[in-house]
Each structure stands twice: as structure tokens, then as C-alpha cells.
Ligand binder design. Structure first.
Ligand code: ADP
Length: 539
């Protein structure tokens, strides 16, 4: 017997409709690529998204077809998020930090019909356009005044003119909630990138979960600023969750340096933010270096790579900002776990609480997880046993675009983790980054965190270096803070008493900079190419 309840499909357009009707006056504030601050209400966002949906239809974009974007976090990108998905087409956010060859490969693989891009990326698109043979229309996300007088791009269209030519008389179609709404490629540090195709249903359920009190805790009283780009797993779902909650949305455009961010946080009364650790490093350096404070910031989500405990302490103790350590991946839309205490842990000692909060956290409702040994047998939740992390849930990819997979019961994340008795998961490494020393595993992340806690260290990465006797040994690659002095022996002495002796890195290489990938994460494969033979050379 069925229940007798209405069936409302879970659609992206429902989020926008809700924001328009119930939070119509709420603000979306954007720092524009062209300069200046732009303000619009959710009511205006909804009106412009309807105009844009008509404009896309007028360009011949059909349901299911892909519209690519190369854009920062800004109101026009947000309008594309809602218009393209809402009309039943698929928003494909390309990462402009990728190599041009990869952008072309991905746009062609996705069969993008239209490419919309910010002014910043005009030279990039001019260079790539001749190779983007499948793209029928190029749209510059600007007004007429900012259109180039001359360009190599044939029939370059002006976003604001496309909008102005349309009324907002448009009804969002009642789509199947399983229809695709957006597409995001994994960064593909090894092999070709893979397309993760989200559905309306998965995206809506993810937005509900992201807003929950034990996740981002997002409400109509918040002003949320996603530093994480809208081309990095849909800015972790914040553009959707903000409409769901009726939160003010502050979009930083290209200004991701510490100074620009801090100014915007303060000027717009930002209460919540989210980004990868490398971005927060820049912000912290600016805030601490200039003796600044946050007057409205309450909490920040750190994820995408492990948040060093030293960074968590700097935010919490130094600046009074709660850190929400989260783990996820493109294939998980991206949210999997969040590090927020349970009631039973509230009266634990400060040290014990800190240790819990440094972990990647517990599963949000909608994601189940387990850890397994190499044979696939489940490992105990004792905080000690480490194995590959497997997940399943309402917003986990079941396959990749153009590469359907057999029905998966569990998705293998490629991460190595422990889970403790309270269900807090701790990533010790990626499977491919683990250091295999004489048959035992050494987790690189712990070793990095210790180095990062040294006052003279700006950044540290630990890789597996080949070793004649032990196969692999840990090698530390370190960037010193500007003006700081630190020797190899001083840094290694800092490890004493913090790890087992056989975990001690064999050597330290000091460098000027550590290479970062397109999503702001350390490129360990590049470091390995450079330094894998370091111990053999120095032996
Ligand atoms: P890629 O880094 O390949 O572009 P994603 O952006 O999807 O792919 O990143 C997912 C991976 O990032 C995870 O599998 C995990 O290794 C790492 N990651 C994400 N969040 C955390 C975290 N809080 N701590 C440690 N690693 C994390």
C-alpha cells in the first residue's frame, strides 16, 4: 500500500522558487571580475535565471545538453547554475586552472554546446577556441561595455545582451528528479579526468544534508562566502544550500588572496566560509601578519585536503573561529563526513576534543562508510586499524560519464582511513601516497602535520622516496616561512616524542615552493617525480 502524500520531484528549480518566494529580499553579493561590488536579491536572481533559461533555449540548447562555464564565483555564474539545470540541461563547470589541453579534452568529452566565460578567461578561450570544435556558441559573461572590440572568437555573444533580449515569462519544467543537472570532472592526476554526472535528486538531498546543524549549520541568519570555487565540485553545494536556507551569499570573484577575502568578510558580515587548507594559509598569514580580527566570522569549513591541526588551533584559539573539518570528493557531490562533536564528547578534556576535531569527522546522514583490508574484509572501528575507505549513499556516483559501471554496492574512495568507536573517520593517506617501509605503512599526512606545527614552516609535504633497504622511506619537502631559519636536524629533532622512531623522515629537502594542482592541493606525483630518488642519490 502506498502512502498518500504528494509527490514533488526533487528539482534544482524548487530551490530557486523557494528562495524567491520566501527569501526574496535576501542578498547575493559578488565581487566582479570587471571591478566593483555587485548586489542583487534572490528575487532578481530568479528573474534573471528565467531570462537566461529563455536565452539558452533561443540558442538551441536542448534538455540534457551540456553548457560549459569557465568562471569565478559570481552572480552570473550563479544564474547559470540555476537557469541551465532548471531548464533540464546540464551545467558543466570547467576548471580554468587546468592545462589548456585538458580543458579542450574535457569540453570535447562532455560535448559542451555553449561555453560561457568570465572576462579573465578571454585570452584563454581565444587560444583554445579553434580546438573547441563542438562548441556552437561562446558567451562572454559581461555587459556590452566590456566586450572586446576585436577578438579571434567567432560570433562572440554578450551575456547581458542575451538576457536583455528575453522576458522572464518562463515556467520551470517539471523534470524527472533523476535527470542530470550538472557535471564535474575529477582532476585526473593520473589518467584522463572522469566526468561525475549529478542528478537533481542527488543534488537536492546533498543540499539538505549540507545545511544540517552538524554539517555547515546554515540558516537564514548566515552570510556564507564560499572561497571554494564554483568550478570545484559545485562549491561544495553551497550555491544550492544557500537558497535552501535563505542565507546571504557572498561571492568573492577572482579575489582569493588574504587581503581581498578579509575585506569582504568584514564588509559583508560573513559568518561562514569554506575552502581548502592552502587558501586559508594565505588568509591566516595576512590576518596574523597585520594583527587583524574577524568581527562576524563564526565558523569555517576546511576540506579537500587534511586541515593541519596547527591551522585549526590558529583559527579557534587565535581568532575565535570554529573550524569544521570536512571530508569529501567529486564523486560524493562532495560531502561525506564532518568533524563536529557529539553531546557525549562535550565534557571531554580540551586535548581529547582537539584530537577528535582534527579527524575528518563522522558520516552525515545519507552517506554510509566502512574501512576494508586488501581482501575487502571489513576492519574494526577502533581508531587503529587502517584500510581503504568505502562509501555508499544518496549522492555517491554510480559510474562516470561515457563509462557506465556495473552496479556498485560500495564506492572505493582510494583513501586510507581509520574509524573510531564514536564513528569519527580519520584519513591517514591516499592509497597511492602511502609510504611502504619494509612492509609496514607510514601515513604521510601525520608527518606533514607535525612539520606544519613548527613555527618556521610555511608548508610541508611528505612523500615516499625509494630506499635500498626499506623499499620506501618518508622524505619531507619543506617551504620555510619568509625570513625564518631552520635546518634539517632542527626539524627532525622536532619529531622526537611525537612519532615512533621508525616513522622519522629520512631527510628534509628545503624548497621555495611546493607545486599545487588545479584545486589547490599538493601535487605529490610531481614531487615524487622530482625527489623519489633523493635518498638513493644521497646514500
Ligand atoms: P581531486 O583532489 O583528485 O581533484 P577531489 O577534489 O574529489 O579530487 O578530492 C577528493 C580527495 O581529496 C579525497 O579522496 C581525499 O583524498 C582528499 N580529501 C578531501 N577532503 C579531505 C580531508 N578533509 N582530509 C584529507 N583528505 C581530504
Amino acid at each position: 500500500m502506498n502512502g498518500l502524500m504528494m509527490h514533488e520531484p526533487l528539482l534544482i528549480s524548487a530551490l530557486l522558487r523557494h528562495a524567491e518566494r520566501h527569501h526574496g529580499e535576501q542578498q547575493v553579493v559578488s565581487r566582479l571580475v570587471e571591478g566593483g561590488i555587485h548586489r542583487q536579491s534572490y528575487r532578481e536572481l530568479a528573474t534573471r535565471a528565467r531570462q537566461l533559461a529563455r536565452a539558452m533555449a533561443a540558442l538551441g540548447v536542448q534538455p540534457g545538453q551540456r553548457v560549459g562555464t569557465l568562471a569565478w564565483n559570481g552572480h552570473r555564474h550563479l544564474e547559470l547554475y540555476y537557469a541551465v539545470s532548471g531548464m533540464g540541461s546540464v551545467l558543466h563547470t570547467l576548471n580554468p586552472r587546468l592545462h589548456g589541453d585538458q580543458i579542450v579534452w574535457i569540453a570535447e568529452h562532455a560535448e559542451d554546446q555553449v561555453l560561457c566565460f568570465d572576462l579573465t578567461f578571454l585570452p584563454l578561450v581565444e587560444a583554445l577556441a579553434p580546438r573547441l570544435t563542438g562548441v556552437r556558441h561562446f558567451v562572454l559573461m559581461a555587459d556590452r561595455a566590456h566586450m572586446p572590440a576585436q577578438t579571434a572568437i567567432p560570433n562572440l555573444l554578450c551575456y547581458e545582451e542575451l538576457l536583455a533580449a528575453q522576458s522572464d515569462a518562463y515556467d520551470w519544467p517539471r523534470l524527472d528528479e533523476n535527470a542530470a543537472c550538472s557535471l564535474c570532472y575529477t582532476s585526473g592526476t593520473t589518467g584522463n579526468p572522469k566526468g561525475v554526472l549529478y542528478s537533481h535528486r542527488s543534488t537536492l538531498l546533498h543540499a539538505f544534508a549540507a545545511a544540517l546543524p552538524d554539517a555547515f549549520n546554515l540558516s537564514a541568519r548566515d552570510a556564507v562566502l564560499p572561497v571554494v570555487p564554483m568550478f570545484h565540485v559545485n562549491a561544495w553545494g553551497i550555491p544550492y544550500a544557500a537558497c535552501l536556507a535563505g542565507a546571504k551569499l557572498v561571492l568573492p570573484g577572482p579575489g582569493l588572496d588574504g587581503k581581498s577575502l578579509h575585506e569582504l568578510f568584514e564588509a559583508e558580515g560573513v559568518t561562514l566560509s569554506a575552502g581548502v587548507p592552502t587558501v586559508w594559509q594565505g588568509l591566516l598569514a595576512h590576518v596574523q601578519g597585520n594583527d587583524l580580527r574577524f568581527t562576524t566570522m563564526q565558523r569555517t569549513v576546511i576540506g579537500g585536503a587534511a586541515a593541519p591541526p596547527a591551522m585549526i588551533r590558529a583559527f579557534e584559539d587565535g581568532l575565535g573561529v570554529q573550524v569544521i573539518h570536512a571530508w569529501g570528493m567529486t564523486e560524493l557531490s562532495p560531502l561525506g563526513t564532518v568533524g563536529v562533536l557529539k553531546g557525549t564528547q562535550r565534557d571531554w578534556s580540551a586535548e581529547a576534543r582537539r584530537a577528535v576535531l582534527a579527524k575528518q569527522g563522522r558520516s552525515v546522514f545519507g552517506i554510509d562508510m566502512k574501512i576494508v583490508d586488501p581482501d575487502g574484509s571489513e576492519l574494526p572501528w577502533d581508531g587503529q586499524a587502517a584500510g581503504e575507505l568505502m562509501v555508499r549513499g544518496h549522492w555517491v556516483a554510480a559510474g562516470y560519464l561515457g563509462a557506465p559501471q556495473p552496479e556498485l554496492d560500495w564506492f572505493g574512495t582510494g583513501d586510507v582511513a581509520t574509524i573510531d568507536a564514536q564513528g569519527f573517520m580519520n584519513i591517514t593517506d591516499r592509497v597511492k601516497d602511502v609510504i611502504k617501509s619494509g612492509g609496514e605503512w607510514i601515513g604521510s599526512i601525520d608527518l606533514e602535520h607535525i612539520a606544519m606545527a613548527h613555527p618556521a614552516v610555511a608548508m610541508a609535504a611528505c612523500i615516499a622516496a625509494r630506499h635500498p633497504k626499506w623499499d620506501e622511506r618518508p622524505l619531507l619537502i619543506v617551504v620555510r616561512k619568509p625570513g625564518a631559519e631552520l635546518t634539517r636536524d632542527e626539524l627532525l629533532a622536532f619529531y622526537e616524542g611525537k612519532v615512533a622512531k621508525w616513522w622519522l623522515p629520512d631527510d628534509v629537502v628545503f624548497v621555495d615552493a611546493i607545486p599545487l594542482g588545479a584545486t589547490g592541493k599538493v601535487l605529490k606525483n610531481v614531487l615524487r617525480e622530482r625527489y623519489a630518488d633523493h635518498l638513493l642519490r644521497s646514500a
